[in-house]
Design a protein around this ligand. Structure first.
Ligand SMILES: Nc1ncnc2c1ncn2[C@@H]1O[C@H](COP(=O)(O)OP(=O)(O)OP(=O)(O)O)[C@@H](O)[C@H]1O
Length: 479
């Protein structure tokens, strides 16, 4: 987006966001597109209900979009079996699961060579006969969605033209993401059809769904089961509740999910997934999933060990910008993420960088979630090389793909103390899989120097001073 005018650049960016506003739902499916738009314009009542939930749902969506790979982990899974005397199977290959050939083909076509850590244990449990219930928790990106999608696709009988698997997600954007995985994995299994139960997807009264898999948000799924009777809940064989931690942030969603669950037969397999596991999630999970097997995978600790950290002393934001230009002039930076404290600084910086000819994307708080999603996708695809964002906007987003992180402003909490956790999350990398990274901190006052010193002390890791007027010195940091 190396446009002369920043205003024009923003327009272009926003237009791009608009055009992907429906989150690349299968373009062929006009009905669905209309439904997604309908959901937006109708002003989803659930959406307004709880901002925290929106924030969590948005974070979860953006994380899914920015990530292109599995998050590797060296931690062992913890398993709590419903029946501790039964043998615990785990698989090291997809062949061992005896999947239908069409599904195995789908798995390989997605580029999966072997099951992820959580899939090794979760898949045999989910595919066992008789079906077993499961509660599984592991951080985002560890392969949960792929696992339950495979389970759903394995359990449907394509000959039966009615819904057999039901999956509920907290928002329609998240439902569409899961739908995409079903479509990809089921690519060679066209007899299995999918329908989205999302607000705005209006079907005629009296419709009896023929699709075997239904994916949607709790309110609409409940309506379709109860009021509109598009779905016969007694015929459901697999029920998946995804993103339980995001779901419970909305009281309404919790109740609706429980009401859906109560309509399902006792023999229905219940599966619940969550990235985190506080007591509230656990209490909810136990109400949804009777007699569960439980799988937990600890989050991989982030470390600063593989990261080179520097700081640069400046006197103003203009000097910080100049320092940034000098760095860009001296080393090749494939992609960088730049964090600012306020929207105003972020907007200003994005404008300045754009004027310098950089391809800049701006992630800002006033954008709709789908606009933010579009910005993240463009950045992930390399269409923009620099992503400027505010602290709040990028909270919780994993930036592991990005090798250079610049703190244009250091992270501080609302009391003005160093926000060590955010610092680590932005800059750190996980375990021995972690790629090397470069972090540059801009210091522009005694206050920010003090913050930097405290961050240094906290992690007991030296942050080296960098003189950005010395090109030779900058060049060295890239080696
Ligand atoms: N066995 C596998 N081998 C390689 N890649 C995989 C495997 N399983 C999943 N992936 C890929 O890893 C990424 C994360 O997987 P997935 O979305 O299933 O994780 P998740 O735990 O559900 O995270 P989230 O809740 O954020 O979606 C996806 O890009 C997915 O295609």
């Amino acid at each position: 987006m190396a446009s002369d005018s920043w205003a024009q650049a923003v327009d272009e960016q926003e237009a791009a966001a608009e055009s992907i506003g429906s989150l690349q739902i299968n373009e062929k499916d006009d009905k669905l597109k209309a439904a997604a738009n309908g959901a937006k314009t109708e002003g989803d009542g659930e959406k307004k209900e709880d901002e925290d939930k929106e924030d969590k749902a948005a974070q979860s969506l953006l994380n899914k979009l920015i990530r292109s790979n599995l998050v590797n982990t060296t931690n062992q899974v913890e398993v709590l079996q419903r029946d501790p005397s039964s043998p615990l199977y785990s698989v090291k290959s997809f062949e061992e699961l005896r999947l239908k050939p069409q599904l195995l083909q789908g798995v390989y076509a997605m580029g999966f060579n072997r099951p992820s850590k959580i899939q090794e244990t979760a898949l045999p449990m989910m595919l066992a006969e008789p079906p077993q219930n499961l509660i599984a928790q592991s951080q985002s990106g560890t392969g949960k969605t792929a696992a339950f999608v495979l389970a759903m696709l394995s359990h449907v009988d394509p000959e039966n033209k009615w819904p057999q698997c039901l999956c509920v997600s907290p928002t329609y954007e998240l439902a569409l993401q899961t739908g995409k995985v079903i479509e990809q994995m089921g690519k060679f299994y066209p007899e299995v059809q999918l329908v989205y139960a999302i607000r705005g997807n209006k079907l005629e009264r009296g419709t009896r769904l023929q699709e075997q898999i239904v994916i949607g948000t709790p309110g609409t799924v409940l309506d379709w089961c109860q009021k509109l009777k598009f779905i016969e809940p007694k015929r459901i064989k697999v029920f998946v509740l995804d993103e339980a931690d995001v779901m419970i942030a909305t009281q309404g969603h919790q109740d609706q999910s429980i009401r859906i669950q109560r309509m399902l037969p006792k023999t229905c397999q219940m599966l619940l997934f969550s990235a985190t596991f506080e007591d509230t999630v656990w209490n909810f999970a136990k109400r949804i999933v009777p007699d569960p097997n439980i799988i937990k995978l600890k989050r991989e600790e982030e470390t600063l060990d593989t990261i080179k950290q520097y700081y640069v002393i400046c006197n103003s934001k203009e000097e910080k910008f100049q320092a940034l230009c000098n760095i860009y002039g001296a080393i090749t930076i494939a992609q960088a993420m730049i964090f600012c404290h306020t929207r105003k600084t972020a907007g200003w910086l994005a404008g300045e960088l754009s004027r310098e000819g950089h391809q800049v994307a701006l992630l800002s708080g006033e954008m709709q979630v789908e606009q933010r999603a579009a910005v993240i996708e463009r950045f992930r695809d390399g269409k923009e090389k620099v992503l400027v964002t505010t602290n709040v906007c990028a909270r919780g987003i994993d930036v592991e793909q990005v090798s250079v992180v610049i703190n244009f402003d250091l992270p501080v909490d609302k009391d003005g103390n160093p926000d060590n956790e955010t610092y680590l999350h932005r800059i750190g990398r996980t375990g021995r899989f972690g790629k090397r990274g470069l972090a540059i901190n801009m210091v522009d006052s005694r206050f920010s120097m003090n913050i930097l010193n405290r961050i240094q002390e906290h992690f007991n890791k030296k942050i080296e001073k960098l003189d950005t007027d010395d090109l030779d010195e900058i060049e060295k940091i890239a080696n």
